[in-house]
Design a protein around this ligand. Structure first.
Ligand code: ADP
Length: 455
């Protein structure tokens, strides 16, 4: 870039210098010709000082007086009466300076002289001697404009050489200064910073760089998000398999142990019945676990069409079904269900969400506690709330209750014995339906689950 700027500025200055030299030479030349005409004019004044004859002898004598300046004495008819350089010249009446002198009293011309063979400046004036009018012409060799330009040329070459070095210095310093903002832009862009400039000429470049930077950052974000998701998915898959294996292992170990005992025939009647009961219980648990897993996974492939579901009616039906459990635990039920609220979904999905939340609120409630179920219209749709006065959830577990296989009671042999798939299923259904699930809880005091439904 520096080289290019150097050569361009060099070329511009050289052309400018050349044009300037030509014009100034022309002006100088014209001034010098005008001065020479005045000098020639002043010389003709000396003709009156002596008594020169109006012939070749007089012309030669006056030329000598003027230190060799060519002198021509011409009659008013244009006939050359005498010339200091050449005798026998033809009629000069048509010469430019002679014609002008006839007309205006004096005239001048610059042309190539055929007589002396050089570029010549002529000055001619009308003079009156002893009542006789004649034309006195003096002439001198004058350089052509090209001769004058030739004189200027060495100076011009020197100027061009000087200009080259001055340009070299200024280009070196100037380009560094000019390129500073460009270098800053490049540096900021390389560091992925937002690029800015106060120079409007660089604004398009800055805009393109910012746009490209933003696109690259966006791509990087997307790629890292994708990488994270491949997340997470792999980890989740591993966890899922580990959890299933763990959940299945417990009943299977029990089934195998009791089967071996039964097969040995060593048990009496009472213990045989007990072993059979346990076998039944554990195989039930196993079937339930498999059903839960299948149900949870099937949600991903649920493409069945939605229809209007009467959520109010469904909530009441679930409560009716669970009435024995509520009664059994001596729980006081507060029911605030608005009539006729419908949601666009499927019966089994709404049933799953409401059922899981209500069953948990009974299961994790305290003996003689309270259960408040409400379904109300809101500005954006409807809100389903299940509030219990049960054991509550510790703050650190609040988010995790929606994770697959998460149970606060890790033993799985606890009082409640769930698999930790209920809330994960509820969350998945809500996510797919565009519903928002929330939970608030105070350990030992109770829990409230809310679902914002779209109607
Ligand atoms: P589970 O089958 O174990 O109930 P869920 O996914 O339904 O599985 O619940 C996950 C865990 O969240 C439960 O094991 C329990 O510890 C906790 N939990 C769920 N609902 C409540 C509630 N209403 N009160 C207290 N804890 C709850």
């Amino acid at each position: 870039m520096r080289k290019k700027i150097l050569w361009i500025s060099q070329l511009i200055i050289a052309v400018v210098l050349l044009i300037y030299a030509m014009f100034s030479t022309q002006i100088f030349y014209e001034n010098s010709i005008a001065t020479q005409v005045n000098v020639l004019k002043a010389k003709t004044e000396l003709f009156y000082e002596d008594d020169y004859s109006l012939d070749e002898i007089g012309a030669k004598a006056f030329s000598k007086r003027l230190d060799g300046v060519r002198v021509s004495i011409i009659s008013v008819s244009g006939e050359v009466l005498g010339d200091s350089e050449k005798s026998g010249l033809n009629n000069h009446g048509k010469r430019e300076e002679v014609k002008e002198a006839f007309k205006n009293g004096e005239g001048s011309a610059l042309r190539h002289s055929a007589t002396i063979g050089v570029e010549t400046l002529y000055y001619c004036r009308k003079i009156t001697l002893n009542n006789q009018e004649i034309l006195l012409r003096v002439s001198t060799a004058a350089p052509s404009v090209w001769d004058s330009f030739g004189d200027v040329l060495p100076t011009l070459v020197w100027f061009l050489a000087l200009d080259f070095f001055v340009c070299l210095l200024f280009t070196f310093l100037g380009t560094g200064y000019i390129l500073q903002p460009v270098q800053k832009i490049a540096k900021d862009a390389a560091l992925n910073l937002k690029v800015d400039t106060k120079y409007p000429e660089l604004k398009p470049v800055v805009d393109i760089l910012n746009k490209r930077n933003e696109e690259v950052s966006q791509k990087i974000r997307e790629l890292s998000e994708e990488k994270e998701l491949v997340e997470k998915a792999q980890r989740s898959k591993n966890d899922f398999i580990a959890n299933i294996t763990h959940e299945m292992n417990t009943p299977l170990t029990s089934i195998r142990g009791y089967s071996e005992l039964l097969a040995s025939g060593a048990l009496d009647k009472e213990h045989t019945e007990q072993a059979a009961r346990i076998l039944l219980q554990q195989s039930d648990r196993l079937s339930k676990l498999i059903a839960c897993i299948i149900n949870y996974n099937e949600l991903d492939n649920d493409t069945l069409p939605s229809y209007e579901v009467d959520a109010s009616k469904l909530a009441k039906e679930i409560l009716e079904t669970l009435a024995p459990n509520i009664l059994k635990r001596n729980i006081r039920l507060v029911e605030e269900i608005e009539e006729g609220i419908t949601v666009k979904s499927r019966h089994e999905r709404v049933n799953e969400v409401f059922g899981n939340l209500i069953r948990n609120a009974i299961r994790y409630n305290k003996e003689g506690g309270e259960l408040k179920i409400s379904l109300k219209r809101t500005e954006k749709g409807a809100k389903f709330t299940v509030a219990d006065t049960g054991i509550g959830i510790a703050e650190e577990n609040l988010e995790r209750v929606f994770d697959r296989f998460f149970t606060v009671d890790k033993s799985h042999n606890g009082v409640h014995g769930g698999f930790g798939l209920g809330l994960a299923t509820v969350k998945k259904i809500c996510k797919r339906s565009g519903w928002v699930i929330g939970v608030e809880s105070t350990l030992g005091q109770g829990t409230t689950f809310t679902v914002d439904l779209k109607i």
